[in-house]
Write a protein that binds this ligand. Structure first.
Ligand code: AMP
Length: 307
């Protein structure tokens, strides 16, 4: 089953304690699509400027990503500049230029309007809404956003939430959206806004899932070295939704497996800058880390300690 994703395709300047990159390929839709493509076909709905490099387009095409709905317009590609603190869970946005995204009005192709899985990656809620309204009968709609949109376009975003099945946010965004500092209270308040499932991404502390069935938590895969956390959230979403689309059924147990696959994919992207690690990743590496992850969280051993 294929996924349609709308989000940003960007050039990023990123500074971390491990180094800097400028004009590196990024954007929420790019990270999502490259991660999800390991599981299932993906179409990207976005816009880039005349400065978008042919080699970057080719890198996405080579991974089998459908770019028929990636428009190229006169002007500059979306540009984001972020700086991470020593504690890489914390970052500052130094600048954010929407560029060609201003005035962008995406139109899906007939086959994309019939998609079963839709991901509204982080971009203006107005664009997320426009894409959502063109999809006829989606089986599953998931979405993401960022503090910028929570504060700048709060009402549009809240309106959208009632039409989203799975919402992914980081902890800071969950607090901002709900006005609650405690994450359990924040989770409950956000579920009351519409989504059936809320996945709170907590950087190196992992993911907390809220649904009416209760809570589920997974840690992040422990890594010796994190080079660049940019895109971890979108990559998590790509692995999570890619698994669900490939599996074809959304149940409490497939959702839990999907959260683990999302965490596995996110654990790779942070090992290098930009999309570099994802572009060289193999299915065998994913499979091995998935097994290592299951081993990490498997509690069977603890059972015989108490018996
Ligand atoms: P993440 O680290 O998962 O939050 O995603 C980082 C990516 O999101 C970067 O590649 C940026 O280009 C992109 N990005 C940053 N801010 C925004 C925004 N307000 N809207 C859309 N995309 C953004």
């Amino acid at each position: 089953m294929s996924i349609v994703v709308v989000g940003s395709v960007a050039y990023d300047d990123v500074e971390t304690t491990r180094g800097n990159v400028t004009d590196a390929l990024g954007g929420s839709a790019s990270f999502f699509a490259v991660a999800a493509r390991f599981f299932t076909p993906v179409s990207v709905v976005a816009v880039v400027g005349s400065d978008f490099k042919a080699e970057d387009r080719q890198r996405l095409v080579d991974r089998g990503i459908d770019l028929r709905a990636l428009e190229q317009r006169e002007g500059k590609t979306f540009h984001w500049h972020g700086r991470y603190h020593e504690d890489m869970n914390v970052r500052d946005t130094i600048s954010l230029e929407l560029n060609v995204f201003e005035g962008f009005a995406p139109n899906l192709l007939p086959d994309q309007r019939r998609c079963d899985y839709l991901f509204l990656a982080n971009i203006a809620p107005e664009l997320q809404e426009r894409v959502l309204s063109q999809v006829s009968t989606p089986k599953l709609v998931a979405g993401d956003t960022m503090n910028h949109w929570i504060t700048e376009t709060h009402d549009e975003l809240v309106k959208l939430l009632s039409r989203i099945d799975i919402l992914t946010l980081n902890d800071e965004e969950a607090r901002l959206l709900s006005g609650e500092h405690n994450l359990v209270k924040a989770g409950r308040a956000i579920l009351a806004m519409g989504p059936r499932v809320l996945l709170v991404k907590r950087g190196e502390y992992g993911v907390l899932q809220f649904s009416k069935e209760g809570m589920f938590a997974v840690p992040a895969y422990p890594l010796e070295e994190v080079v660049d956390p940019t895109g971890a959230g979108d990559t998590f979403a790509g692995g999570m939704m890619g698994f669900l689309a490939r599996h074809g059924r959304v149940t409490e147990s497939s959702l839990r497996t999907a959260v683990v696959y999302g965490s596995v994919m996110a654990s790779f992207v942070v090992e290098r800058f930009s999309l570099d690690r994802l572009f060289e990743l193999t299915w065998e590496e994913i499979d091995n880390r998935y097994r290592a992850f299951i081993d990490l969280i498997d509690s069977h051993h603890s059972r015989w300690i108490t018996q």
